[in-house]
Design a protein around this ligand. Structure first.
Ligand code: AMP
Length: 179
């Protein structure tokens, strides 16, 4: 089924499935597959993520594994930019740099090819959800360590109660939907 003309935030939210206790007890998971499977939903999401950056001269969009890949690549194409994947450890084939970050329990890391960005390139980071902000902060560190000029971070969803924005002080942060 395709919803015609998904335009407002309420429209978009009404097509995001909220799954309690996934992947573990106490987490309310925002499942965007129910939005993206609809042509009008996919278009509205990419329109909304792209609009603030039109004319900003973005050279590279960085997508964070894995839902950041789904959103980041079409945003990059729309902006006339290239796309760079930022991945979980051990997935990239060539020499990479790594940033580690702490999660609620334990830690995780992100990697990017060390030659993925050229010095001075204007970079936009894209991901689906800004939660505690640890992932996004590590991504921002990697952009700078590989020479990119970080212009901003764009998310489909910001979970405001988790205050991830505090970990991104000094950055330009945009979110389409806030919960
Ligand atoms: P964080 O580092 O806490 O900001 O977590 C951000 C990453 O975890 C993003 O890449 C999201 O895909 C994922 N994530 C965190 N919380 C949720 C949630 N409630 N629903 C869906 N994805 C989430």
């Amino acid at each position: 089924m395709t919803a015609p003309g998904l335009t407002t935030a309420m429209d978009l939210k009404s097509h995001i499935r909220e799954v309690p206790d996934f992947p573990k007890a106490g987490i309310l998971f925002y499942d965007i597959t129910t939005l993206l499977r609809q042509p009008s939903g996919l278009k509205a999401v990419i329109d909304a993520l792209t609009a603030p950056y039109a004319g900003d001269g973005i050279d590279v969009v960085v997508g964070i594994e894995s839902r950041g890949f789904i959103l980041g690549a079409p945003v990059a194409e729309r902006l006339g930019a290239g796309f760079v994947p930022m991945r979980k450890p051990g997935k990239l084939p060539a020499r990479s740099v790594r940033a580690e970050f702490s999660l609620e329990y334990g830690s995780d890391a992100l990697e990017v090819h060390e030659d993925a960005m050229h010095a001075g390139q204007r970079v936009l980071i894209v991901d689906d959800v800004l939660a505690t902000g640890g992932t996004a902060r590590a991504a921002a560190q990697l952009v700078r360590r590989t020479g990119g000029q970080l212009q901003g971070l764009a998310f489909l969803i910001e979970l405001q109660m988790l205050n991830g924005i505090a970990k991104l002080e000094g950055e330009q942060v945009f979110s389409v939907l806030q919960y």
